[in-house]
Structure formats: structure tokens, C-alpha cells
Design a protein around this ligand. Sequence first.
Ligand SMILES: Cc1cc2nc3c(=O)[nH]c(=O)nc-3n(C[C@H](O)[C@H](O)[C@H](O)COP(=O)(O)OP(=O)(O)OC[C@H]3O[C@@H](n4cnc5c(N)ncnc54)[C@H](O)[C@@H]3O)c2cc1C
Length: 100
Amino acid sequence: MSWEADPNFLGAFKGALPGHYRYNHRMYGHFMQAGLPPAERGIFLAGDDVSWTPAWVEGAVQTALNAVWGVTAHFGGRSAPGNPGPGDVYGAIGPMTLAD
Ligand SMILES: Cc1cc2nc3c(=O)[nH]c(=O)nc-3n(C[C@H](O)[C@H](O)[C@H](O)COP(=O)(O)OP(=O)(O)OC[C@H]3O[C@@H](n4cnc5c(N)ncnc54)[C@H](O)[C@@H]3O)c2cc1C
């Protein structure tokens, strides 16, 4: 198919355009699932689509680290002492929550 024929096509990359902050924030932070209802936990995404810095491979790799941390936490695991994972420091260095 031609992506250009899709009315929601935003270009070659997942968009992070003005007004998208709330969506990027939710998608990027989805691996932090402690506050979700139990029935909504357990799906973890990785890749450019949920990246904080779409169109940069570094951001896609970061989402893989996030997802692995999320899966580990989901099954009751934790990071090695002295080597915190993304979810351990998300509250301190994760993206800010802004009002809608
Ligand atoms: C033209 C261009 C230039 C770029 N230049 C740079 C650059 O200079 N520096 C930089 O950091 N980043 C660059 N990027 C961005 C970088 O390539 C992406 O951020 C990165 O490749 C995303 O990695 P990903 O694993 O999330 O997705 P992808 O690399 O897209 O991997 C997704 C994979 O899933 C496969 N797939 C899809 N559907 C299915 C299915 N149903 N079943 C099985 N497999 C499936 C696809 O074939 C693909 O191999 C560029 C991107 C483009 C398009």
C-alpha cells in the first residue's frame, strides 16, 4: 500500500508534533503499569512507535530497555542492586506530566 494514501499519514516517522505531547507521554510511559487496573497490565511495546525521540534509533533502543524492565517487574523481578533500570528512576528523570 502507499502510506501517502492514508489520511492519517504523518511522514516517514512516527510524529511528535505540537499537541502530541500527551500521546507521546502515554505511549512512552506505558511500561510503568503499577497504577493500571490488573486487567490492563501485561502488554509491553518497544520500538520507534513508542519512542520519546522518534526517528532516532537510540530512542527505539531505549524503549526496548523500558519494555524489558516492565516485563521483569510484571513477573515480580527487579533490577540488580546498584544498577537501577528505567522504571526505578522514572519518577525522578522520566518525562514531565503536563496538563492536557
Ligand atoms: C530514511 C531513514 C533514515 C534514518 N536515519 C537515521 C539516522 O541517521 N540516525 C538514527 O538514529 N535513526 C535514523 N532513522 C530512524 C531509525 O531507522 C529508526 O528509529 C529505527 O530503525 C527504529 O527501530 P525499530 O526497531 O523500532 O523499528 P524498525 O527498524 O522499523 O523495525 C521493525 C521491524 O518489524 C518488521 N515487521 C513489521 N511488521 C511485522 C510483522 N507483522 N511481523 C514481523 N515483522 C514485522 C519490519 O520489517 C522491521 O524489520 C532513520 C529512518 C529512516 C526511515
